[in-house]
Design a protein around this ligand. Structure first.
Ligand code: ASP
Length: 453
């Protein structure tokens, strides 16, 4: 049995839903279909999830909701019209949205979660109705009924381990199951969503639960590229990659597949195949446990911006017990998480996402580090990009760091920071955001374009 997930762009219009139907019927093993909410139809379009968030915010602030609600219903209506779908599915969707909208708002977060999740929930109902209209034996399945239990962390839910056993019962259900992505239920019965783009996570959890033969993740590109196609023209496509490599690349900025979605499939040893709804015959990218390293040490290069670093220096820092803990307590006090901490003898740099701080918080943090830890220097540097070169082959290849830093030097890119420690499969370079593109191009040329002697 295969679990197949379709992303928002694969379900944005009636024509796309038709393609989804053809993909599902072309293989009788495709028995569990996970759907996102309708996504963007064109570059400036809005995703249904974003419309829902806007509508929920406005409702919580006592503002206007009618126009937004109608815009959301219109998205489903246009899909149903294009598919010539008879029946009262749109009225049901509208009723559902009105019920959610008029629900108790005394717990604003729970209200927001229920609104957000309706995008996939109603879309699953619509897709199931369309499949039945086409003559398939298809049923919508509620995550509550199926037993998808998650932690009570709104917008950041984690699957609870007992879910897997419950979900395994889906194997016995006849016909095709259409399952909404992106959310589950807390033990107290509330809707709780995963982080954004979390339908990928639902698909992976279901694949684990039913011990699927494969988890097919349909999106709108032929394959995962070795580097961001906005930075490098016609980059190489990745045919096969390991879970660890993909996890690092997804974390590093690859947006094709959610980084948290790999773990459930990985734990059950289920291969993931990223494929294109608009070109389903293309082989796509397979994410597997082990692969051969035929094409050099590096599998891909990811980059992401919006980081800042807090550099702290104090003579004899290495001798001071609990120094890092004290810094982390200060960050914790301000609710700030860090990404990396490269350190030296008398210095330490804490890399974090800069959108967590404003100038006021930054000033207070610097002040506290100075006052509480009596350091020699604290310096905050903004607008950094982190570039990760990733590949399991790096473990054995000698000179990868030398090749990378030479390529950056030749492109006149100043490296602000290098981190290659704990993870043997990646190497990270911090550079100024302004030179990110140039740096990525230089690294790509080095590891993917150069024919080594
Ligand atoms: N619709 C949700 C989002 O836009 C989840 C998803 O598409 O996977 O984030």
């Amino acid at each position: 049995m295969k679990v197949v997930k379709f992303g928002g762009s694969s379900l944005a219009t009636g024509a796309q839903v038709e393609k989804v139907y053809h993909i599902v019927v072309s293989d009788p093993e495709r028995r569990i279909v996970v759907v996102s909410a309708p996504g963007k139809r064109f570059a400036d379009d809005m995703k249904v999830t974003d419309l829902l968030i806007r509508c929920a915010k406005s409702a919580l602030e006592g503002g206007e909701t009618e126009a937004l609600l109608q815009a959301i219903v219109a998205r489903y209506q246009s899909i149903a019209d294009e598919l010539h779908l008879p029946g009262d599915i749109i009225r049901k969707i509208e009723d559902d949205l009105l019920t959610r909208l008029h629900h108790d708002k005394s717990r604003p977060e729970a209200f927001m979660e229920a609104m957000k999740a309706s995008g996939e929930d109603n879309n699953a109902k619509l897709v199931a109705a369309f499949f039945r209209y086409k003559g398939l034996d298809a049923q919508y399945m509620s995550p509550k009924e199926a037993g998808l239990l998650v932690s009570d962390d709104p917008g950041n839910a984690r699957v609870l381990p007992e879910s897997y056993k419950r979900l395994s019962a889906l194997k016995e259900k006849p016909g095709i199951i259409v399952f909404p992505g992106f959310f589950g239920y807390s033990e107290s019965g509330d809707v709780v969503t995963f982080s954004r783009s979390g339908s990928d996570i639902t698909g992976s959890i279901l694949a684990n639960g039913v011990q699927a033969e494969i988890y097919e993740n349909f999106t709108d590109v032929d394959a995962v590229c070795a580097v961001n196609p906005h930075f490098v023209r016609h980059p190489k496509e990745i045919r096969e990659i390991t879970y660890r490599e993909m996890r690092e690349l997804s974390y590093g900025g690859f947006s094709v597949f959610h980084d948290e979605a790999l773990i459930p499939a990985f734990r059950a040893g289920i291969p993931v195949n990223v494929k294109n709804t608009n070109n389903p015959d293309a082989p796509g990218t397979r994410i597997v446990n082990k692969r051969e390293h035929k094409h050099g040490p590096v599998a891909g290069i990811a980059s992401d911006e919006g980081f800042c670093s807090i550099y702290v220096s104090k003579y004899l820092m290495n001798k001071e017990i609990g120094f890092v803990r004290k810094i982390l307590i200060i960050l914790e006090h301000f609710g700030i998480s860090f990404e990396h901490i490269p350190s030296g003898i008398d210095d330490i740099t804490i890399i974090l996402r800069q959108n967590q701080m404003n100038s006021e918080i930054e000033r207070k943090i610097v002040e506290r580090i100075m006052d509480d830890l009596h350091v020699d220097q604290v310096k905050v540097e903004h607008n950094l990009a982190l570039i990760m070169i990733v590949g399991e082959g790096m473990r054995r290849a000698i000179g990868t760091a030398a090749r990378a830093s030479r390529a950056l030097a030749e492109a006149h890119v100043n490296i602000e920071m290098i981190n290659q420690g704990s993870s043997e499969v990646s190497m990270m370079f911090g550079v100024k955001q302004a030179v990110e593109k140039k740096a990525v191009q230089a690294l790509y040329d080095e590891f993917f374009q150069k024919v080594m002697a």
